[in-house]
Design a protein around this ligand. Structure first.
Ligand code: ACO
Length: 433
């Protein structure tokens, strides 16, 4: 029998259905609440609101669990590739060999970027943040690749999906090369997705880039771990913008903008800036931990804490191990890795961090790994965006495939002025404004 929740307002009681997910999560379905009671629910930041039913990603913040389509990320990080995981997220199951080959071929076929787009890249002001550039360019893709004639919406979507996954990687490397004033390196059909990215970033006519299998593997793992994270800020942005029935490029562009923020994906850049500051100040982490606890200081320990995880982020555990592997490849160890380790040790013993359940999140060690690969700090959030793209697409597609994709439209509790008359400018005093 369906479980019901009871809500009493004044002397009236209303019953609302309780819905249960496949992992036993429960929610009160309040869709009929306003119609029946005149009331809405109040949940700033939507931290306690289920905005959709989704079959893509499961996370359990209390126990540090993360699964894509039911498969633990630990298994995917160990055994899968980024391309295969992207297929899994978007299509709901692991591909058979011929499906994976077809997907890889399509990614290759769509990897080039329209030459006219280079003019755009070249005309952004020097120092423009790569996330702003990426968001603008992804939106612009719609004009360079307009609607295809004679294809059904679903057939066209297939092409847009591979186009996006492939071109975003090419555009990211291209914008880096252009920012340096270097010659753009084109994608090579004989290289896999991750190797191609590293090659486009670092190869040059005067200094050929040696592809290191450990770096290629590390990049696969890094992007697998960023693949999806259910209804986070940028994913919710993709769903919300998409709910107005704007095209996929524009929805993804909105996701990139949301991810840019330092409380979200931008934290990976902020973590490294913080560690550089600690290093420049002599390397003592304790004053920084003290600042993070001080309520009169708005400094936060970047890379710590998470809206859902109240324990160690399972992705951070894997990335921490990977940091050791990639560091071992370097001639000189990165002093920021020692700072990160010490910071973690001190914070995890600190009563404030213990009481607030603050643990390292995905961004805490990812910057160290990317630095070891030679990725510049201002590109870190772009790296996150490339990894998150399959998740955003899967989430958008889940909405697109649903017969009941509603226009997102939260409500509010108005706390402004009550009705008042317009005052002519000559009669206004400051207190009236
Ligand atoms: N350092 C110090 N204190 C913190 C931190 C932190 N990193 N994170 C949370 N807190 C404290 C807050 O001050 C607050 O304390 P109070 O209750 O005593 O006032 C309490 O913990 C709860 O903080 P909220 O911001 O309300 O909690 P929320 O769960 O919404 O925060 C967030 C999540 C935004 C990620 C936060 O932990 C944070 O700002 N972390 C640093 C930025 C970061 O690393 N972001 C990346 C997150 S992962 C991702 O998006 C990819």
């Amino acid at each position: 029998m369906e479980e019901m929740a009871k809500i009493t307002i004044g002397d009236e009681t209303f019953e609302l259905p309780v819905i249960v997910g496949t992992e036993g999560e429960r929610a009160i379905d309040i869709q009929s609440l306003r119609k029946r009671t005149g009331l809405i629910t109040y949940d700033p930041g939507f931290n306690n609101t289920g905005s959709c039913k989704s079959a893509i990603t499961f996370m359990d913040g209390e126990n540090g669990v993360l699964r894509y389509r039911g498969i633990p990320v630990e298994q995917l990080a160990e055994k899968s590739t980024f391309v295969e995981t992207a297929y899994l997220l978007i299509n709901g199951r692991l591909p058979e060999q011929k499906e994976l080959t077809r997907f890889s071929v399509l990614l290759n076929d769509h990897s080039m970027v329209h030459e006219d787009m280079r003019t755009f890249f070249e005309n952004f002001p020097r120092g423009a943040h790569p996330m702003g550039i990426l968001s603008a360019m992804v939106n612009a893709l719609r004009f360079f690749y307009p609607q295809l004639e004679g294809l059904s919406e679903t057939e066209e979507l297939d092409i847009i999906v591979t186009r996006l996954i492939s071109k975003v990687r090419t555009m990211a490397a291209m914008s880096y090369k252009i920012s340096l004033g270097h010659k753009v390196v084109y994608p090579k059909p004989d290289l896999c997705y991750c190797a191609n990215f590293l090659n486009m970033m670092f190869d040059s006519p005067v200094k050929p880039y040696n592809l290191d299998p450990d770096f290629i593997r590390a990049l696969n793992v890094l992007w697998i771990l960023h693949g999806d994270h259910e209804q986070n800020c940028s994913t919710s942005a993709v769903r919300l913008v998409g709910s107005a029935r704007v095209n996929l490029y524009a929805s993804i562009s909105a996701g990139i903008s949301a991810l840019w923020g330092r409380l979200h994906g931008g934290a990976n850049q902020a973590v490294i800036r913080m560690m550089e500051e600690i290093h420049a100040a002599g390397g003592d982490v304790k004053p920084f931990v003290a600042r993070a606890r001080d309520k009169n200081d708005n400094f936060r320990l970047m890379g710590f804490g998470h809206s859902v995880y109240k324990t160690y982020d399972p992705r951070a555990k894997i990335i921490k191990k990977m940091a050791d592997t990639v560091q071992a490849k370097l001639d000189k160890s990165d002093p920021l890795l020692d700072i990160a380790r010490e910071l973690e040790e001190v914070a995890l013993k600190d009563p404030y961090f213990i009481d607030h359940n603050l643990y390292p999140n995905v961004d805490f060690y990812s910057g160290i790994v990317m630095r070891a690969m030679g990725i510049p700090t201002e590109m870190f959030t772009v790296m996150f965006a490339i990894g998150r793209l399959p998740g955003w697409i899967a989430q958008w597609k889940e909405c697109f495939d649903s017969p009941r994709w509603k226009l997102s439209r939260p409500r509010q509790i108005y706390i402004g002025n009550n009705v008042r008359d317009y005052t002519p400018i000559e009669a206004r005093t400051k207190t009236m404004l």
